[in-house]
Ligand binder design. Structure first.
Ligand code: BV8
Ligand code: ZN
Length: 248
């Protein structure tokens, strides 16, 4: 349960803020049933990162990596946006200068109607050509669950298709990263549902503080960012965000 005071203080600060940016991680999708990465039943618990979310793993064992992503797609296909996604989407519609930056690849922010969403790690619902060929678009949407074939192919050159997500060791899209850093120049920066372990996304918290933002964390537990933010609110994003919204 959240203590009342920090939530009220944050709501008061948001009422006067022109620019607000929220960085989300797997914790905001947990209430929708999407497994987190490092929590008690986290995805990485059962798999080792280097086994799955790297280009080397895909080159070595594309079938194993696609089995994992196909399983995650099936999990996520049954999930709906929760109250955390809905509040953030409402903020992005009501305030032109309020932004959501997400590390999540489940597209639940999109499905909730979030405007100007900045997706740092891509989408599990999009593909790109593994070759890559120059005839395929940089990425295309493919929401088939389950896949008709175990190894999806590029429709333009028949090479393997890959999930259009950013794997460990791969650079983030320069345009997305630039948009995220521009959004870090804000009055209030909220890190919600992230363990703040993955860079460069986690570095946005420091970037926001360096630009004078009031920084906030909303998380069930203490993370590596908790000591660095101005206010760490211990609570569930799907409870705290609606509480704040009710005070705006
Ligand atoms: C890059 C897509 C360079 C794939 C993902 C050593 C030190 C520092 C950095 C590095 C290092 N060694 C390597 C690096 C770089 C590496 C990195 O940061 N590694 C970490 C692990 C140390 N980063 C990279 O490789 C990045 N690329 O640096 O490239 C480069 C430059 C030029 C040229 C070549 C290369 C790429 C990183 C992107 C990796 N891809 N995802 C996929 O999803 O399959 S990251 C993956 O982790 C997900 O996107 C996830 O979102 C992200 C972060 O995890 P979280 O979202 O925070 O989720 P987590 O489970 O960890 O935490 C959930 C939190 O929610 C918990 O705190 C929990 O308490 C809380 N919670 C739970 N329920 C709730 C809740 N909170 C509130 N309410 C609730 N209800
Ligand atoms: Zn191709």
């Amino acid at each position: 349960m959240t203590t009342d005071h920090p939530v009220r203080a944050l709501a008061a600060r948001l009422r006067g803020a022109r620019r607000v940016t929220v960085l989300t991680g797997a914790g905001v999708s947990a209430a929708s049933g999407v497994p987190t990465f490092r929590g008690p039943n986290g995805l990485w618990r059962r798999y080792r990162v280097e086994e799955l979310a790297t280009p080397q793993a895909f080159a070595r064992e594309p079938r194993l990596v696609w089995d994992w992503y196909a399983w995650r797609r099936e999990q996520i296909a049954a999930c709906r946006p929760n109250r955390a996604h809905e509040v953030l989407a409402a903020w992005s519609v009501r305030h032109a200068a309020w932004r959501v930056i997400t590390q999540n690849v489940d597209d639940l922010h999109l499905r909730a109607g979030t405007r100007e969403l900045i997706r740092l790690h891509g989408s599990i619902w999009e593909m790109s050509c593994w070759a890559p060929c120059d005839r395929a678009p940089r990425r295309w949407r493919d929401e088939r669950v389950p896949f008709p074939e175990p190894l999806p192919r590029c429709p333009h050159c028949a090479a393997l298709a890959r999930p259009a997500v950013v794997w460990f060791g791969e650079p983030l899209n320069a345009r997305d990263l630039r948009a995220a850093h521009e959004a870090a120049a804000c009055d209030v920066f909220i890190a919600a549902g992230t363990s703040a372990l993955v860079y460069p996304a986690a570095g946005l918290i420091d970037a926001a503080r360096a630009r004078g933002a009031f920084t906030v964390e909303i998380n069930l537990e203490t993370t590596s960012a908790s000591a660095a933010v101005d206010v760490a609110i211990q609570g569930a994003a799907e409870e705290v965000l609606p509480e704040i919204e009710a005070l705006l």
